[in-house]
Design a protein around this ligand. Sequence first.
Ligand code: NA7
Length: 515
Amino acid sequence: MLHSLRDKLGLSARVYETGNGVGGTWYWNRYPGARCDTDSYIYCYTFDKQLLQEWEWTERYPEQPEILRYLNHVADRFDLRKDIRFNACVTEASFDEKANRWTILTAEGDVVTAKYFIAAVGCLSSSNLPKFKGLETYKGKHYHTGQWPHGGIDFTAKRVGIIGTGASAVQAIPEIAQQAKHLTVFQRTPNFCVPARNGKIDPAVVNTRKADYDAICERVRNSYFGYELSFIEKSALEASPEERERVFNEMWDQGGFNFWLANYQDMLFNKEANEVCAEFLRRKIRETVKDPVLAEKLIPKTYPYGTKRQPLDTNYFETFNKPNVLLVDVNETPIEEITPKGIRTSDREYECDIIVFATGFDAMTGPLTKINIRGRGGQLLSQKWSDGPHSYLGVAVAGFPNMFTITGPGSPSVLSNMPVSIEQHVEWITGCLEHMRKHGIATMEARADAEMQWTEHVAELANASLLPTANSWYLGANIPGKPRVFMPYLGGVGPYRQKCDDIAAKGYEGFTFAA
Ligand code: NA7
């Protein structure tokens, strides 16, 4: 976005960043095993062809340090740092209706005014540390996966407790278990995991892809989820059990998001179709985990497959066969408190030298509502969204002129390959600003009726699927008191791009402009 504003539009622009460096998610999430779940060749920027050709990813899924190196390389290559103010946490942004300008404040004392306010705060950047009784009395060290210390943690000879079994924990648990003397995993909801099947990439494949990058980008941009994957155009129930077994095994062997995003087309929509997929994955867990009682605890039974974010694993279930790893099901024995020595459940106390909170994030709305963003009439965004997010296209909010939210709630965002959706929003917002400049427009603002229709459309698509039936962070179910509203747009990356482009072509239908 900065590159676009400054180098394409010639505007003066400044980025405010809480961290001491670029990278966002990849700056903060440094826990052991942290890596991307998307194939590296499509987890990157596509706006610069040279960059695409020159950068070499070493593995199918890049690990956190490699992605961070890439993002630093991009920052250097496009000389971005000079316009980024690091270690600056934005606390407030308010729209001045007389001046038609935003005033932005940081915790460090910056006060700046701007015509445009673009929130690129990420979807999973506001970490969730549940309020466990007694945490302040704990004598050991505790860390959240999303705010990991830069120097790393040495788990050697330590007794470790980890709370959570989401995508982060699924990556961290096998790594921590290798180092720690003992690891106790506190599980609230078991997960359907699929093997990542990471590895080095064959140089011949790299060359073929590089020669084909234009077509790859085109396919990804117009795909449903921002991957080179599409659903099998058939019901899982139409396929014979033999055919299903073959197809499921193929997807299982390929690893990655295939099982989730290239499955039979009704898998995320029809309970019965979903159940046959779920049963295949449950069988895999039973085959892997040696203790049958433990296997049953690790098997998800309370929600349809794919309705919570698919974790990809490397030896996750195998790790529970190790003698130094213990699973505690907190549904059977809830966590009552953190004690000076560790974690006490209704059953007993588990002594830990280190506690890892892999407890996720206040997703999507959290990073926006924790800033005091005030629109027309001083209205707070957090107030406006007290019953769930209302936005137009997930990029603009009625009553908040000249404010844009990159991958905001109501856009494909977390139900897509993030870089693809980020670039699409950056391009589209750039188009808006160009349009405003060309026509001498002072303010651009989503209309309330367009916002209402879009918000209803987002809900309608979600409700036609099984996704809202799980307690996932997609609907804020992980945060006590958060309204249960499905936040990402399920209409697909390609169709969404088309809608945004059509709206722009019609002179930004659904927006009002003032000179
Ligand atoms: P997730 O997927 O939100 O996982 C958080 C985990 O922590 C999940 O298993 C939660 O159980 C568990 N949790 C949260 N609060 C509690 C409390 N109070 N007690 C016990 N357990 C709790 O976050 P991740 O960091 O793993 O992944 C986030 C995304 O980052 C990921 O999807 C990728 O897109 C990258 P729950 O399932 O809510 O019952």
